[in-house]
Design a binder for this molecule. Structure first.
Ligand code: XMP
Length: 310
């Protein structure tokens, strides 16, 4: 595939579709939304406003890091504090699909609905990739960003059109485009992080307390496995509790699963054979987190598992 041609065509297509109107996009900092941000700015300049939506489901320190990185590239990113909206929408939900629906609705209807009104934008640029569409259409799992392919007319439902310049690419293709656009290595090689964020790493209800726990575990796993070369690695909080001993007393506490997989395009994945010493170190650090007394390593390939837990 000629990626330079792909870039030129997508820029021309964005110009044509948006015309003289204004567009908005949400940048999470991942490679997909970063590529859309750069393509969009090349096509539309100031007529594209880029927002970082702080949905409470992000990793430690993420908003500041992303804004700083794009400022260096001359792109302004506006931060929207939507933490209350997302936590409110997720309250009481335990079913994976209901949680995804809540995140989708908070994103597209509440937050973008408001941003579209405030900015007068007619279009939302979105980093949907081919794998998201395929898995959703096949009924494997509804990725949070799939709307049109499920028959949802965004114009009618939310009042804006959705443009998806990456919808013919898989992750490996997006990375090639990112390199071509001159994005920094920490973006091009960045491991995937799901749109619904840490909500996909919590089995059961998403609460501020449980987010704090999984966020702390995520920071440890990401630090310890940064040099693993794996496709993706993460910490997951289960909804079961397990018996343990702390300060010579019985305690009933939470369980964290560590997942580290190799994959090319996320369609299939296998667990990485991590060194035992590394696993022991991660286990020891994770069980120091308050309220966690067990740490497991997941060996399951995709399929039959998916990469995420929700
Ligand atoms: P699964 O869990 O389906 O994940 O094997 C495949 C890849 O997609 C990421 N992922 C998502 N990305 N919205 C996204 O933007 C989502 O709803 C979503 N769910 C999963 C996941 O992290 C993995 O890289």
């Amino acid at each position: 595939m000629d990626y330079q041609r792909f870039v030129d065509e997508q820029i021309a297509e964005l110009c044509r579709s948006v015309g003289g109107a204004t567009a908005i996009n949400a940048l999470s900092g991942g490679v997909d939304s970063s590529v859309v941000t750069v393509l969009g700015h090349r096509a539309l300049g100031d007529r594209l406003r880029t927002f970082f939506v702080d949905d409470a489901l992000m990793r430690e320190g993420e908003p500041k890091r992303v804004v700083g990185r794009f400022a260096k590239m001359g792109i302004t990113v506006e931060v929207v504090d939507a933490r209350k909206e997302f936590l409110g929408a997720l309250k009481g939900l335990t079913d994976p699909e209901e949680k995804r629906n809540a995140v989708t609705d908070a994103f597209y209807s509440k937050v973008f609905g408001r941003l579209v009104k405030e900015t007068g934008a007619k279009f939302l640029l979105h980093g949907t990739i081919l794998t998201d569409i395929e898995e959703t259409v096949a009924g494997i799992k509804r990725q949070h960003n799939i709307l049109e392919q499920l028959g949802i007319d965004t114009e009618e439902a939310y009042g804006y059109g959705v443009l998806e310049p990456l919808k013919t690419l898989r992750k490996d293709g997006v990375r090639k485009v990112a390199r071509l656009l001159g994005l920094p290595p920490e973006v091009c090689e960045r491991m995937p992080f799901p749109g619904p964020g840490l909500a996909t790493r919590i089995v059961g209800e998403v609460t501020e307390d449980r987010l704090r726990t999984v966020r702390a575990a995520t920071a440890i796993v990401e630090e310890e496995l940064a040099d693993s070369g794996a496709f993706q690695y993460m910490a997951v909080l289960l909804s079961d509790l397990a018996t343990g001993i702390r300060d010579n007393k019985r305690e009933f506490a939470q369980i964290i699963v560590v997942r580290c997989v190799d994959s090319v395009d996320a369609r299939t994945a296998t667990a990485v054979r991590l060194p035992w010493e590394k696993l022991e170190r991660i286990c020891s650090r994770i069980t120091e987190i308050e309220g966690v007394n067990r740490c497991l390593y997941d060996l399951t390939p995709k399929p039959p598992a998916t990469i995420e837990y929700v």
